[in-house]
Write a protein that binds this ligand. Structure first.
Ligand code: ZN
Length: 292
């Protein structure tokens, strides 16, 4: 009888010791996982210590390792989207590496989407000519216009920031410049789901402040090589198409400025076909190098 009681007692002590060890092991694990994740856990350490839900953080750590392996598999996709062209000091498009097609021009449409941008996007889409649409916030205040922008983006065109209200940036102070640029980035992101990667200042007037801001926002700043649709002599489809295709300024990498205008929309097909007849193809804006 006495022996049995001693055995029972010993068994009891062993069980308690075992339980203590388990608890201690758990604590060690918690301590390790918190050390490994100091940044994540520092804000809710109290919660972690009081609750016994340490499992998730350990699982999180394990999961962290998985994406690394997936990233290795995804790398080839990133290589395909590596930039092919950059913008030089004359706002022309130049190949980053030798061997990339130099006989290209860039189509850009400013002041969109006022009236004709969607129609112009449809024309370009049919002709398989990529382009950047530089938009203004004051044209994006109705659901109809937002829907147009969404459609232009869904057709595969790049969306650029052309400021919210189209001011001359040198006439307004830094906080206003910031508002003009960032509020439009926010609006574009709301509508199409991503922030613009390109910026063009109204009238081509940039300030040191706006240049820095644009760069810090990861946007590529650009002006243009030539354009004519705001000049009286070229406000008809035929005159404009003829000038855009035959101007002396047409060279490899030219950055073509056009606008959301009636005569430009009407001339667009002839412009694209005329440039192709001259041996030019059109730069896909997605292949342009943008700041990190
Ligand atoms: Zn403009």
């Amino acid at each position: 009888m006495i022996k049995k009681s001693i055995y029972t007692l010993l068994l009891g002590i062993l069980l308690i010791l075992g339980a203590c060890n388990d608890t201690m092991n758990d604590d060690d694990e918690v301590a390790e996982s918190e050390d490994a994740n100091t940044e994540e856990t520092s804000t809710d350490q109290t919660k972690k210590e009081s609750e016994v839900e340490e499992e998730p953080s350990v699982t999180e750590e394990n999961d962290d390792n998985k994406p690394d392996q997936e990233n290795i598999e995804e790398e080839p996709v990133q290589k395909i989207t590596e930039p092919l062209y950059k913008i030089d000091d004359n706002w022309s498009v130049v190949p980053i590496e030798e061997g990339t097609d130099e006989n290209v021009v860039l189509i850009t449409i400013d002041d969109a989407p006022e009236k004709y941008a969607l129609e112009m996007a449809q024309t370009l889409k049919e002709l398989e000519a990529p382009a950047i649409f530089f938009v203004n916030g004051h044209f994006l205040e109705t659901d109809e216009k937002k829907e147009q922008l969404r459609q232009i983006h869904e057709m595969g065109f790049a969306i650029g920031n052309h400021t919210y209200t189209h001011p001359n940036l040198s006439d307004i102070d830094e906080s206003e410049q910031k508002e003009e640029i960032l509020s439009l980035n926010d609006l574009i992101e709301d509508v199409v789901g991503e922030r613009p990667k390109f910026f063009r200042a109204p009238f081509g007037v940039n300030t040191d402040f706006s240049k820095e801001l644009v760069k810090s926002e990861g946007m590529l700043l650009m002006n243009w090589s030539f354009g004519y649709d705001w000049e009286k002599d070229y406000q008809s489809a035929d005159a404009l198409a003829d000038k855009m295709v035959n101007t002396e300024y047409l060279t490899d990498g030219a950055n073509l400025l056009m606008h959301d205008r009636e005569w430009t929309a009407a001339a667009l097909e002839d412009i694209v076909k005329g440039l192709r007849d001259k041996g030019y193809e059109f730069v896909d804006p997605m292949t342009l190098q943008v700041p990190e």
